[in-house]
Structure formats: C-alpha cells, structure tokens
Design a protein around this ligand. Structure first.
Ligand code: SF4
Length: 196
C-alpha cells in the first residue's frame, strides 16, 4: 500500500544488515518482502514493527510503489526474519504495541500461505501485541484463507488506492474510499467496527 510504504521510520542500516542475513540463510517458504522497520510510529497506533511484503495484483492507478507488485521482489522471508520480528516484538527496551503488515498486499492468498502461520505464531508467543493489515481487497470480498487471517488481525485498512480520492491529510489511508476497521471476534463470529 503506497501510504504505508512512504510513511515509515527510516532504518536503512538495519535493512542492509537484514539483506545480507537473508541472502545467506535458507528459507522455508517463497514469500518475499521489500522492507522491514523494527521501530515505526506512523503505520498504526503506538510504536510498531512494520513489514512491507511483496506481491500485489490490484494494479491501482497512481500506485507509486509498483516495485512491490512482483511476488519475487525484494528478499525472501525466512525463519531468521520471523525470529527477528518476534525478538523485536518482545523487546522491553523499546516497547512495541504490535506488528503492521503492508505491501504489496499481505492479504493476497499467496502471501497468506506464509503470513497465516506467522500471525498464529505471533499471537501464541506475544498475545498482548496487536496486528494491523493494509489490503487492496474490500472486507466484503474476503474469502477462504483471507477470512481465516482475520481471526488474528486486530485492525484492517481495506480497499484499493483511488487516485481521484487521494488525500494526503487522511490518517492511515491514501484515498478516502479506504476504511479503517477494528476486527472483533466472538464465538467464531467476526464483526468490523469502522473507526475511520
Ligand atoms: S493495493 Fe494498490 S496501491 Fe496498494 S500496492 Fe497494490 S496496487 Fe499499489
């Protein structure tokens, strides 16, 4: 998502280090990511870890993060990267409220093959951390594994970027057609409460 991609705390030193690490270690899946920011105060509430995954098929007109479209872009998301994010979420020196997943589109079914077990792991190891997700899908379009993912998501920002509705003054969104929802789960029922 273009809003999230630009709105981050710069940490190029860390990114270079992670690139070197990821190029050496073997991986257990094929998801890729473009950037990871271990400390981010822009993409969601509080201080967060933010991962920008690769792969998006929405092809929004005006998307200025087109390099995120190929699923093979960036670095392979491997066990070392999972461990690093979990370590950052557990860090008591800089307390993180949670993890933000942006992209690209984290809710693309191909990425969810990796992200669904990963968010399950986060909720098991760090139950007090929240998970925010940016997606180009509308919530009413979500099916199958995407709805399974919602069981572990606390906030979702949905919808494609629409250039004619772009507004830089919007909080956590690039265009006014996109909405921010808190995801409530109770008795296997999922409800969305729009907060923006
Ligand atoms: S959902 Fe649209 S704006 Fe976001 S990365 Fe994909 S094409 Fe770009």
């Amino acid at each position: 998502m273009e809003y999230g991609f630009l709105a981050y705390i710069e940490n190029r030193k860390y990114a270079r280090k992670s690139f070197q690490t990821c190029s050496i270690l073997s991986s257990k899946n094929n998801m890729h990511y473009l950037q990871y920011y271990p400390v981010d105060i822009v993409n969601g509430e509080g201080t967060r870890c933010t991962l920008f995954v690769s792969g998006c098929e929405h092809a929004c007109r005006g998307c200025y993060n087109q390099k995120s479209w190929p699923f093979s872009a960036g670095l392979e998301f491997d066990e070392a990267m999972e461990q690093q994010i979990l370590k950052d979420l557990k860090d008591t020196r800089i307390k993180r409220q949670g993890l933000t997943l942006s992209g690209g589109d984290p809710m693309h079914p191909r990425n969810l093959e990796t992200l669904l077990p990963f968010v399950q792991r986060i909720k098991a190891e760090c139950p007090d951390k929240d998970i925010w997700v940016w997606t180009g899908y509308k919530i009413e379009e979500l099916t199958g594994i995407q709805r399974q993912m919602l069981s572990y998501v606390d906030v979702i920002i949905d919808g494609k970027f629409e250039q004619s509705k772009a507004d830089p003054a919007l909080v956590w969104r690039g265009s006014s057609n996109q909405n921010v929802y808190r995801v409530h789960k109770e008795n296997q029922r999922i409800d969305f409460v729009q907060i923006l």
